[in-house]
Design a protein around this ligand. Structure first.
Ligand code: NAP
Ligand code: GLV
Length: 329
């Protein structure tokens, strides 16, 4: 039976499931581990369950020769050098599907909060008291119902965002690498090139993975194409947006506002974003609901148990590693 190293505080019942299967489990409950500490913590581990903030690169794989699987507690795997994992014959797994609806909900929470200036209004009410009902109050917002939403990245989360948009009577535009005729029909969504989406949308929601192609997909040029009264929502990854350019656009009134769950240099947040009133900020909590996090933990454990039995893990990211000769532990 193998050693399983978990780099974060975890649900007790999931740790028990691993122990009942005969594995030794170590759990790190403190601040996210840096690379040397992670390597020391996971020595001799056959399975690693990791956070998005753990950078798992070639050095980690070389330093942990017994490793069979890295189970990521998130769907995006930009924190893992998947090619290096494959070279070392290590499975990488992620958490698709189980967090789609929670993340789409958060995208909508940010969209609505930015459009209706909820956070500003709440802060001002607490600080200054209820100002009385006035006809043209300080917190005038913009309509959402019946407007145009442009979704960049139209996979699981992008489509879940689009489904919600139907309830708001919106025109749905999308951009992805490939067209999706079936979904277009189901959701009444229209595929457009990115510049057209940016020009036509009142709300632009980013739902792409972070890859070399999507790094700074939204920069000064793209922000300049957006309507002055448009709002940008990012629930994808911080580096998909050039944060310096976004600060410029928000300060210069090139766009009306933004809702951001992710940041270019997490855990650092651009200091100027913290001073701007036309942006709503959340600390990467897209999937952070109790039920969703339980499902993510259970899926990571399912993946580890399968790998350590010598079976194919259910949500394998690098199928090239399967099948391979790997004795069960
Ligand atoms: P998914 O189902 O794989 O969808 C990704 C979409 O992005 C696909 O439609 C894909 O196009 C599109 N795409 C990829 N590269 C592109 C490019 N260069 N240009 C345009 N479109 C591109 O993934 P998902 O489950 O929806 O998750 C998406 C991302 O959301 C994750 O990778 C993660 O980074 C982020 N996320 C964040 C949170 C959070 O807490 N904020 C939570 C969950 C996920 P094709 O369909 O043509 O392949
Ligand atoms: C969260 O950001 C994820 O990729 O699941």
């Amino acid at each position: 039976m193998g050693k399983v190293a978990i780099t974060t505080k975890f649900f007790r019942e999931e740790v028990e499931r691993l122990r009942k299967a005969g594995h030794t489990v170590v759990v790190h409950e403190g601040a996210p581990l840096g690379k040397p500490e992670l390597i020391a913590f996971a020595q001799d581990a056959e399975a690693l369950i990791v956070l998005l903030s753990n950078r798992i690169d070639a050095e980690v794989f070389s330093s942990l020769p017994k490793l069979k699987i890295v189970a990521n507690l998130g769907v995006g795997v930009d924190n893992i050098d998947v090619a290096a994992a494959t070279r070392h014959g290590v499975f990488v797994t992620n958490a698709p599907e189980v967090l789609t609806e929670a993340t789409a909900d958060l995208a909508w929470a940010l969209l609505l909060a930015a459009a209706r200036r909820i956070v500003e209004a709440d802060q001002d009410l607490r600080r200054e008291g209820f100002p009385g009902w006035t006809f043209l109050p300080k917190h005038m917002g913009v309509d959402v119902y019946g407007k145009t939403i442009g979704i960049v990245g139209f996979g699981r989360i992008g489509q879940a965002v689009a489904k919600r948009a139907k309830g708001f009577g919106m025109t749905v535009l999308y951009h992805a690498r490939t067209r999706k005729p079936k979904v277009e029909e189901e959701l009444g969504a229209r595929f457009v090139p990115l510049p057209e989406l940016l020009r036509e949308s009142d709300f632009v929601v980013l739902c792409v993975p972070l890859t070399p192609e999507t790094h700074h997909l939204i920069g000064k040029n793209e922000l300049s194409l957006m309507k002055r009264e448009a709002i940008l929502v990012n629930v994808a990854r911080g580096p998909v947006v050039d944060e310096e350019a976004l600060v410029w656009a928000l300060k210069e009134g090139k766009i009306l506002g933004a809702g951001l769950d992710v940041f270019e240099r997490e855990p650092e947040v651009h200091p100027e974003l913290l001073t701007l009133r036309n942006v709503v900020l959340t600390p990467h909590i897209g999937s952070a609901t109790w039920a969703t996090r339980r499902r993510m933990a259970a899926l990571a454990v399912d993946n580890v148990l399968a790998a350590l039995r010598g079976e194919r893990p259910p949500t394998l990211v690098n199928p090239e590693v399967w099948p391979k000769v790997m004795p069960a532990t």
